[in-house]
Design a protein. Structure first.
Length: 328
């Protein structure tokens, strides 16, 4: 297992380098931050100021030299200069990452729990009214745009707060700007209140698709020979479901979860924008708006590392869920 993990990490390094270089070419050709600096400032900057700005963001260097300086700087913790004065991209990135990973983790946990519960129940009750109901809502949520559902939930949260006379459901930001009584418990409940609506929004599409995968996988496993043999031996239904069927049925779900992490991160950009969270979503929007090359690359690099990491975790989970799989 350890040798396999090391091999996977080593293989991921050239993949990460090649992918970041391709993305770097796309990002630097998506706009001209120097021209944007020269035309967007009032009063108009002098030629000397424009030239100094170009040197500051390394726009006067060849492409290969810019990429080499950036990637070697990343290895030393330097993510490059930003178009915004006095902005440390590394500090900004990891500060926002803590905000986003909280939302993503909460959404994934909620989606996984609901997907397993409803997917297994739907498979066990195949062709029943409950199965058809779960299938209907699954397709409904899959067809529903995330941004529309986010706006709907935000308006519902505002209505709920007005009706109850409280501010429990936070609709703006990841926390309140101030608390009347700033205790640990108040901070916790305030954070949970702000987390509820964005978590439901982000978990929606994943829950719908993962439920369908779980149902299909569970149905296939329930009709397999070894499950029939376990039933024939007289094992309890609950033991057959949990010890034999469910573990194997979760393998496809682990794969889909790892592959969907990129979609979830993309959904986090929309969710954070609507609920005005100061996470990586806001960072990407600001970077794209201001043509901030190195800030955009920092976001994409960290996202790529997260996606590769989740794929590795999914591969390792196979051996845990299915004893027949070995990486020796």
């Amino acid at each position: 297992m350890l040798a396999y993990t090391v091999r996977r990490i080593l293989v991921s390094i050239p993949v990460l380098i090649i992918s970041t270089f391709v993305v770097f070419l796309v990002v630097i050709n998506s706009g001209d931050p120097v021209a944007n600096f020269a035309t967007s400032r009032q009063p108009a900057p002098s030629k000397a100021a424009v030239a100094a700005f170009a040197r500051h963001i390394h726009a006067d260097q060849p492409v290969m030299e810019r990429y080499w300086n950036w990637i070697t700087g990343v290895l030393h913790g330097d993510f490059g200069p930003s178009v915004q004065a006095n902005l440390n991209i590394g500090h900004d990135l990891f500060t926002r990452f803590k905000v986003t990973i909280t939302l993503v983790a909460a959404a994934m946990i909620l989606a996984l729990i609901l997907a397993v519960v409803f997917g297994v129940f739907s498979a066990i009750r195949q062709y029943s009214a409950a199965d058809y109901t779960i299938t209907f809502f699954g397709f409904l949520f899959l067809a529903m745009p995330v941004f529309w559902f986010a706006v709907l939930l935000k308006q519902a949260g505002i209505w709920f707060n007005q009706k109850t006379g409280s501010q429990f459901l936070g609709t703006i930001g990841e926390k309140s700007p101030y608390l009347e009584v700033d205790t640990t418990w108040n901070q916790f409940t305030d954070h949970v209140g702000h987390l509820i609506l964005p978590t439901i929004t982000l978990a929606l599409v994943s829950f719908a698709s993962w439920t369908r995968y779980t149902r299909a996988s569970m149905l296939e496993v329930l009709n397999s020979d070894y499950v029939r043999l376990a039933r024939a031996k007289g094992l309890r239904r609950g033991r057959v479901m949990t010890r034999h069927a469910l573990r194997t049925a979760l393998i496809p779900l682990a794969t889909v979860t790892a592959l969907d992490i990129a979609i979830i991160l993309g959904g986090a950009v929309i969710t954070e924008t609507i609920f005005q969270w100061h996470g990586m979503g806001e960072m990407l929007v600001q970077a794209a708006t201001t043509l901030d090359v190195y800030r955009t690359m920092a976001w994409l690099l960290l996202s790529a590392v997260v996606v590769i990491g989740f794929n590795l975790i999914a591969d390792l989970l196979y051996a845990v869920l299915d004893p027949r799989i070995r990486y020796d």
